[in-house]
Design a protein around this ligand. Structure first.
Ligand code: BES
Ligand code: ZN
Ligand code: ZN
Length: 503
């Protein structure tokens, strides 16, 4: 789908479908909707009343224009409550739009810049949200359904044109389209990686993606550490996870350097377990079904890096991924094993299924020792407990620096991704004290699993301001809840991180 903005009069535009947004509880129509309703002799008023269309999120109604305007159809889409409207309302409305359009196969669609001006929304932000909603809703993972992919390409929406009478608005919209397009490319990159079956998406495959990104982008370099190199660095925690697998592990360090030298450094760390069977503490079958998603943090980091040379942030950005499978075998690490992380702390492994924190312990230690960033953020599908606490759609943020956590939350509000802060209480610290080692990899106490996992990670964050985002819920969608986020890998975190880097 190609999206552009042009100056024009939407009433005179020829297209297969004209899309209009209506807020809920609207009494009588105003503006463009009213103008079109008049030309259609009140058809919109009649049909929406008949069908009890209320303008709520997810609602849509289509009417045929029978030649009264050049557009063949009009699709009215619910925008939800005007008082609480935000860019997220636009994304959701566009998701609903794309789904409804797909039903009647329109190819050329036109619409005004819905939402612009409402609650102070700028033309640029409205256009960006429009692009994100439309293109992210249009996403499907069809690598293994080539004929369906062909059909989707042939019968899908070809162009979406934003039509506004004011040239200045058109210019601002164009900037928003550019940003939206970048956010979508990065998100789709992450979704594709997560959706790829684990037997293809191995640590080697992740490494090759990082190599490709570094090769094709300006200002990005990559260091790849193989198992022997990781051993030399003392990454005993990470390597203990890799022991049971036939697939070689790779530790990846991407670096983006801006053209103007910069002193600020941000490190982004992504959990990169390409498949989490649980190891010897084997998961039950149904919990394992979706565990190809356990590299969603890494996918988000790679998604971000795939567009960094377009985003051009002012500071240095480092990306760290400790890629490995977590598998059971005769060589696998065992409950009771004690390993030592790169920062010298010893860890008693009680449960080999709490492997993400082991791999991340060495990522954090590496960042503290080798990069010394100003801030570091890790994204990880870390705990089922986080899903118990916050449900499937909300991620948790925990960290040592309130300002950093707040900045991430602010970035997430812009992207429409939900982040909720959880505490790191000192009172719980003793829950992860080891008996024969400095720390243990699971809590001695039931409950609060997302928090104790965060406390474990803190042991490796040194003095660097650090935030941990547990994306176990929203990284992989099993029950669709938003129109623009289909089932499977969601690319969660990518757009929030891009907003964060831009601020
Ligand atoms: N990868 C899982 C967490 C997870 C669960 C992600 C569900 C996405 C959806 C993680 O490695 C894990 O298995 N965590 C354990 C920790 C426990 C053994 C302390 C969990 O949450 O059960
Ligand atoms: Zn696990
Ligand atoms: Zn895991």
């Amino acid at each position: 789908m190609n999206i552009r903005a042009v100056k024009g009069n939407i009433l005179q535009e020829k297209c297969d479908a004209l899309v209009l947004g209506v807020f809920s509880g609207t009494q009588g129509y105003a503006g463009i909707v009213r103008a079109i309703d008049r030309v259609l002799d009140g058809l919109l008023t009649t049909v929406t009343a008949d069908e009890q269309f209320g303008g709520k999120e997810g609602e849509a109604i289509s009417v045929h224009t029978h030649g009264k305007v050049p557009a063949e159809r009009v699709l009215i889409v619910g925008m939800g409550d005007r008082k609480t409207a935000s860019t997220e309302s636009i994304r959701r409305a566009l998701g609903t739009t794309v789904k409804n359009i797909q039903r009647f196969g329109a190819k050329q669609i036109c619409m005004p810049l819905v939402g612009m001006g409402v609650n102070g929304m700028s033309a640029q932000d409205a256009a960006q949200a429009l692009v994100e909603g439309a293109l992210l809703a249009d996403y499907r993972y069809l690598v293994f359904k080539p004929s369906e992919a062909k059909r989707a390409l042939k019968h899908g929406i070809m162009t979406l044109t934003i039509i506004e009478p004011d040239q200045k608005v058109v210019h601002q919209a164009e900037r928003g389209i550019g940003l939206g397009d970048m956010h979508v490319r990065a998100t789709v990159y992450a979704r594709d990686l997560v959706n790829e079956p684990a037997s293809r998406m191995t640590p080697t495959h992740l490494r090759d993606h990082a190599i490709k990104i570094a090769k094709h982008a300006d200002g990005i370099t990559l260091k790849v550490y193989d198992k022997a190199a990781c051993e030399k660095m003392g990454m005993g925690a990470y390597l203990s996870v890799a022991r049971g697998s036939e697939e070689p592990p790779y530790f990846l360090h991407l670096v983006y350097k801006p053209q103007k030298r910069s002193k600020t450094k941000v490190a982004l760390i992504g959990k990169g377990i390409t498949f989490d069977s649980g190891g010897l503490s084997l998961k039950p079958s149904d919990s394992m079904e979706t565990m190809k998603c356990d590299m969603a943090g890494a996918a988000a980091v790679l998604g971000v890096f795939s567009v960094l040379s377009d985003l051009k942030p002012d500071g240095e950005v480092h990306g760290l991924i400790a890629a490995t499978e977590n598998m059971p075998s005769g060589k696998a690490s065992k409950p009771g094993d004690i390993v030592t992380a790169m920062n010298g702390k010893s860890i008693e492994i009680f449960n080999t299924d709490a492997e993400g924190r082991l791999a991340l312990a060495d990522c954090l230690s590496y960042a503290v020792k080798r990069i010394k960033p100003d801030v570091m953020v890790d994204l990880a599908t870390l705990t089922g407990a986080c899903m118990v606490a916050l449900g499937p759609d909300i991620a948790a943020v925990l960290g040592t620096n309130a300002k950093l956590c707040d900045e991430l939350i602010r970035a997430s509000e812009k992207s429409g991704e939900s982040l909720w802060k959880l505490p790191l209480p000192v009172e719980y610290q003793s829950f992860i004290h080891g008996e024969h080692a400095d720390v243990r990899n699971t809590s001695r106490v039931r409950g609060g699993g997302a928090i104790t996992a965060g406390l474990f990670l803190r042991e490796f964050a040194g003095d660097v301001p650090w935030a941990h985002v547990d994306i176990a819920g929203p990284a992989f969608i099993e029950r669709e809840s938003r129109s623009y986020i289909p089932k499977g890998g969601s690319g969660f975190g990518v757009r929030t991180l891009l907003n964060f880097l831009r601020s």
